[in-house]
Design a protein around this ligand. Structure first.
Ligand code: ASP
Length: 329
């Protein structure tokens, strides 16, 4: 008899465990703590343990929850072969990015999953998502992943692209690691372990994201700098371009004031190439860093991590340009 992988299923809430209590709105329910009741038979393949951390809509989660999750993984890591984290879809990409940086040298799977429909509903995507996530958590992949709608993704590369589809997530510039269809198909090789294992949960919350509009002049960035932010992610147009009247000068004022500025793109796919056009070139000249092919969520979390670790100036730029967790620099 083969031994079953030991998998700890950690529930944090989300639609998966919700019920419709008051007319109209879904709300966290007692189902969240009893999810394994709905996946009978799974324990023939996986040695399951369960732990309920909290029961929240993921819109109410943030850096303190990322920290608690990272600490739980560190605490239980040696007693299980992998983890499943049941999580709302709204901020799953943020938590996955945060854990991918916090869990340095991770040597076993941490798989986040959730659902578009509650597990207690007959026609729900929750059951296959939980079952396949638990199987993936037993597959030895040393990464933080997101499993959703038949795909196992690198966690820090996903973004929620659909509110209605059972394929809620995409990984715009990175192939999924596995497809769990009729067959289990390996697509992208997982990363090698970069040990030793170490947890670092410092996140600077004093970071903002700003979206330039056509015809805007960078005043929104000045206002954030005046408010005392330490870092700003600017969601530039296309390859990293910005209105030339105002934005490069506002970025120069921000960086001179010691505020880190990162450029990401309003486009979903493709690697940033800010110097390709004059507005972006001047933004880089003014000190803006490039998010490469990172998602907006991952680019923002990485800035929170770098600043949280006390990095500034050239040190922050080197940290930001380094490939830490396959995030798409
Ligand atoms: N609002 C829910 C959440 O993120 C959505 C979901 O789980 O799909 O918790």
């Amino acid at each position: 008899m083969t031994t079953r992988p030991r998998v700890l299923v950690v529930s944090t809430g989300g639609t998966l465990g919700m019920l419709q209590k008051d007319p109209g709105a879904l709300a966290p329910s007692e189902v969240s703590e009893n999810v394994l009741k709905y996946v009978q038979g799974l324990d023939s393949a996986v040695d399951l343990q369960a732990e309920a951390l909290w029961n929240l809509d993921s819109s109410d989660m943030g850096p303190s929850h990322w920290t608690a999750l990272a600490e739980l993984v560190a605490l239980r890591r040696e007693s299980v072969d992998g983890f499943v984290i049941l999580h709302g879809t709204d901020t799953m990409a943020w938590t996955a990015s945060a854990l991918s940086f916090a869990l340095e040298g991770l040597d076993r799977p941490v798989v986040l999953t959730g659902a578009q429909r509650p597990i207690a509903w007959v026609r729900s995507d929750a059951r296959p998502n939980v079952v396949n996530s638990a199987l993936c958590a037993g597959m030895g992949i040393p990464e933080v992943c997101v499993y959703f709608g038949r795909w196992l993704f690198r966690g820090n590369r996903v973004t929620k692209t659909s509110i209605q589809s059972y394929e809620a997530f995409e990984s715009p510039d990175c192939n999924p690691l596995f497809e769990l269809g009729v067959e289990v198909r390996a697509i992208e090789p997982p990363r090698a372990v970069r040990g030793p294992f170490h947890v670092d949960t410092r996140f600077d919350r004093n970071v903002a994201v700003v979206t330039p509009l056509p015809g805007s002049d960078g005043e929104a960035l000045d206002a954030l700098v005046d408010r005392g932010v330490r870092g700003v992610v600017v969601r530039a147009f296309g390859s990293g371009n910005l209105p030339q009247a105002g934005w490069p000068a506002a970025i120069a004022r921000a960086t001179e004031a010691g505020v880190a500025v990162v450029l990401t793109s309003q486009s979903l796919r493709g690697r940033l190439d800010a110097p390709a056009y004059e507005g972006g070139r001047r933004a880089v000249e003014a000190g803006a860093l490039s998010a490469g092919a990172m998602t907006m969520e991952c680019a923002t979390v990485k800035l929170m991590v770098g600043l949280g670790r006390g990095l500034r100036g050239a040190e922050l730029a080197a940290f930001y340009a380094a490939d830490l967790a396959g995030e798409g620099v």
